[in-house]
Ligand binder design. Structure first.
Ligand SMILES: Nc1nc2c(c(=O)[nH]1)N[C@H]1C(S)=C(S)[C@@H](COP(=O)(O)OP(=O)(O)OC[C@H]3O[C@@H](n4cnc5c(=O)[nH]c(N)nc54)[C@H](O)[C@@H]3O)O[C@H]1N2
Ligand SMILES: Nc1nc2c(c(=O)[nH]1)N[C@H]1C(S)=C(S)[C@@H](COP(=O)(O)OP(=O)(O)OC[C@H]3O[C@@H](n4cnc5c(=O)[nH]c(N)nc54)[C@H](O)[C@@H]3O)O[C@H]1N2
Ligand code: SF4
Ligand SMILES: [Mo]
Length: 640
């Protein structure tokens, strides 16, 4: 008899889908999107539709591994946990807790994962990270401008007359936005796409602009200038914006033709964007890729300003949406989040190598593959290889896990017991194990509970996942949404409204929007490396996690024929940057810009197929994000 278990997707994805897992004789035989869920609408993305292959993958780790010679030796859980406790305690007691670094990333967005941070705060506090490789620049921009970063309800887009997809590829990285866009379009909304990379979403758009990578700051300035010149700004704007004169002066500092040239678009295209933005209500959906640049924060600030001066803030169908507060419904305030010090995430490799007083001697890695996913992979790899003790908790032997002293195998998402909130809509869900976790694996919570038990760290670590969920749901329960509600198919975050800033009051020091009034200084070029390396999300992969069979050989690199003049379609090429290289198979596409090459954002470092081997470690202008997409490269023919 098949049983259907309701759960939710914990992957680092804006959608947080409601999943129905069909279980027969203790095995998950099929997963599907919940047809009744208003966002999931019965379908899952390409990568998670194939998740069963990852769950059942013969390469999944089933037993702890300890480094031995140049490889690993299998050990039992008891031995593994005792070893971890002994080494962590020795290093903490001898060199101080700051000599241990805990690094957690987006392998699972489950809220119960915060208990791992809590454990390391109580055991130490140990060193942690600061900044945010994913959204640091944009978060800081919206916090500066509005006092917080959040969004209108997803379905509020059905009230928009114009929808701007500014640096977004929802067909790949936000698939449950696509049906909403289609519906809005059927109701007459215009769709504008701004993206230097030509991709499938362009087919959905009425207007498509293909600016220079990072040209958005100039583009937005030109649009704002046009709004002022044509008298299309909101006459009330001065009543809720600080810095209006300064922003106006900024956008008038150059003529429209200059802004157009800097953005590499035509002046008429700028005027068309301004016209559509003035056709209120217009919603701007800000992608995440674009703010992973040296000027990433300034770009998002410019889009915030566009929405403000065009009168689109706080009205149904308007807004400038970058992020939905996925943790907003959950109460994690009882958890300890202290750190002895914080290392800058985008620069992590160098920061580990350079840390002093004390040096970093041990690293514990939770739900992350920093060797493949952080900038400057080689330095991250070296930083880990040169530590005394590195523990990696993962389902697979990743580029990072291969550098561990101890690898602890963990559960898949279909065995997870957690809570999750979306960052592309306001829904929250319970994650429930469709099947019990396999014998050989332990959840992150079980692992830290076992460590805490051995260390005598207190009874709270003995709580079950459900007991933790009750704690985290307390605030939502008080607002009328119970754990049982979210277990029955999810619920909307009770603290999120449909329209953000509807009263046009902002949680800034003055209660008003703070407009940007200065342009950042020019970014340096990279002599001899004419192409931008755009390492974007791809449909079959979740960052470095592929679905289906293990990829082998070269990744695909797509560019305009003029960007690789001596090469032909299908050639194996070397893509080189000042710090590294990768091999790739060339796909030529005359619709792309001539100044960029497109590769997958994930990858396999040890196989020479990883974009981050080429990406220098640099921070964004604000928020300590990672400027991944400013990496410059050249394409050369690979020796046979
Ligand atoms: N299939 C799949 N989905 C994913 C992921 C994945 O790995 N695979 N990753 C997930 C994660 S971690 C995140 S954070 C989210 C969000 O992921 P995002 O980073 O938003 O997604 P991407 O599709 O990589 O990037 C969005 C678009 O930004 C564009 N872009 C890059 N530079 C510029 C620029 O200078 N200007 C403009 N206008 N556009 C630019 C890119 O060309 C791309 O089309 O997606 C999640 N979804
Ligand atoms: N070049 C380039 N690099 C990028 C980006 C880019 O645009 N370009 N985007 C960046 C972005 S947006 C992000 S968010 C980061 C993502 O960086 P990461 O979060 O490091 O990315 P993943 O490759 O998904 O690695 C997560 C790991 O967690 C494991 N895992 C899954 N579930 C669990 C679990 O429950 N417990 C534990 N312990 N492990 C689990 C997975 O098997 C996987 O190996 O990458 C960044 N890197
Ligand atoms: S990865 Fe995103 S789109 Fe795919 S199933 Fe999970 S939440 Fe849904
Ligand atoms: Mo991300």
């Amino acid at each position: 008899m098949a049983e259907v278990v309701r759960t939710a997707c914990t992957r680092d994805c804006p959608d947080a889908c409601a999943i129905l897992a069909h279980v027969e004789s203790g095995r998950v035989v099929r997963i599907q999107g919940d047809p009744e869920h208003p966002v999931t609408r019965g379908f899952l993305c390409q990568r998670t539709s194939r998740y069963l292959e990852r769950h059942n993958d013969p390469e999944r780790l089933r037993t702890p591994l300890v480094a031995s010679g140049s490889g690993f030796r299998r050990i039992g859980w008891n031995e593994a946990l005792n070893l971890a406790v002994r080494r962590l305690r020795e290093i903490r007691d001898r060199y101080g807790p700051a000599s241990i670094l805990h690094y957690r990333s987006g392998g699972s967005l489950g809220i119960v994962k915060h208990v791992v941070d809590h454990f390391f705060a109580r055991f130490g506090p140990v060193s942690g990270k600061r900044g945010d490789i994913c959204s640091g620049g944009g978060d800081a921009a919206q916090e500066a401008d509005f006092g917080l970063s959040d969004s209108h309800d997803l379905l509020d887009l059905l009230h928009s007359r114009q929808i701007f997809l500014w640096g977004k590829n929802p067909y790949v990285s936000n698939v449950h936005l696509v049906p909403v866009l289609r519906e809005a379009k059927e109701r007459g909304a215009g769709i504008v796409l701004v993206d230097p990379v030509r991709h499938r979403t362009a087919e959905l758009a009425d207007v498509y602009l293909q600016p220079r990578p990072g040209g958005d700051l100039a583009l937005a300035s030109g649009v704002a200038r046009t709004l002022f010149e044509k008298g299309w700004t909101d006459p009330e704007a001065a009543s809720y914006c600080d810095g209006l004169d300064g922003f106006r002066a900024l956008v008038f500092s150059r003529p429209l033709a200059d802004w157009a040239r800097a953005a590499d678009v035509a002046p008429v295209e700028i005027v068309e964007l301004a016209r559509r933005l003035a056709e209120r209500p217009a919603a701007i959906l800000v992608g995440w890729g674009m703010q992973r640049r040296g000027h990433g924060g300034a770009i998002v600030r410019a889009l915030d300003a566009l929405s403000a001066v065009s009168g689109n803030l706080g009205i149904p169908g308007g807004g400038v949406s970058f992020y939905f507060q996925r943790r907003g419904a959950f109460d994690v305030s009882t958890l300890d989040s202290r750190a002895a010090r914080r290392l800058c995430e985008p620069l992590l490799g160098r920061e580990i190598l350079d840390a002093r007083d004390p040096e970093i001697r041990a690293v514990w890695i939770t739900a992350a593959n920093p060797v493949a996913m952080l900038p400057d992979s080689a330095t991250v790899a070296r930083a880990l290889e040169t530590r005394e003790f590195v523990v990696v908790v993962d389902t697979h032997l990743t580029d990072t896990a291969r550098r561990a002293s101890l690898v602890l195998p963990t559960n898949s998402m279909l065995e997870a017991d957690d809570l999750v909130g979306a960052y592309g809509n306001h829904w929250i869900h319970a994650v429930r194990p469709a099947v019990p976790r396999g014998e050989g694996v332990r959840s992150d919570l079980e692992i830290v509970s076992a460590l805490a038990d051995r260390l005598g760290l207190g009874r709270e670590f003995g709580r079950s996942p459900r007991e933790w969920k009750r704690v985290f749901m307390q605030r939502a329960e008080a607002a009328g949404i119970s754990l049982e509600d979210v277990e029955r198919g999810g619920a909307k975050n009770p603290f999120a409204g449909n329209v953000l800033f509807a009263d046009r009051r902002f949680p800034t020091p003055t209660g008003r929007v703070r407009l940007m009034t200065e342009l950042p200084s020019e970014l340096p070029g990279e002599q001899g490396y004419p192409l931008y390396l755009l390492s974007n999300s791809t449909a079959p992969a979740q960052c470095s996690q592929w679905s289906g069979p293990r990829p082998r050989g070269e990744v695909e690199a797509t560019c305009h024929p003029d960007a690789a003049p001596d090469c032909r379609e299908g050639d194996v090429v070397r893509i080189e940057s000042p710090i590294g290289a990768m091999r790739a198979r060339l796909v030529l596409d005359p619709r792309q810009r001539r100044d960029l090459v497109l590769v997958p954002k994930g990858g396999r470092f040890d196989e020479g197929a990883c974009a981050n081997a080429l990406v220098p470690a640099r921070t964004t202008d604000i928020g300590e994000g990672a400027a991944y997409l400013d990496a410059r490269v050249r394409i050369v023919r690979a020796p046979p």
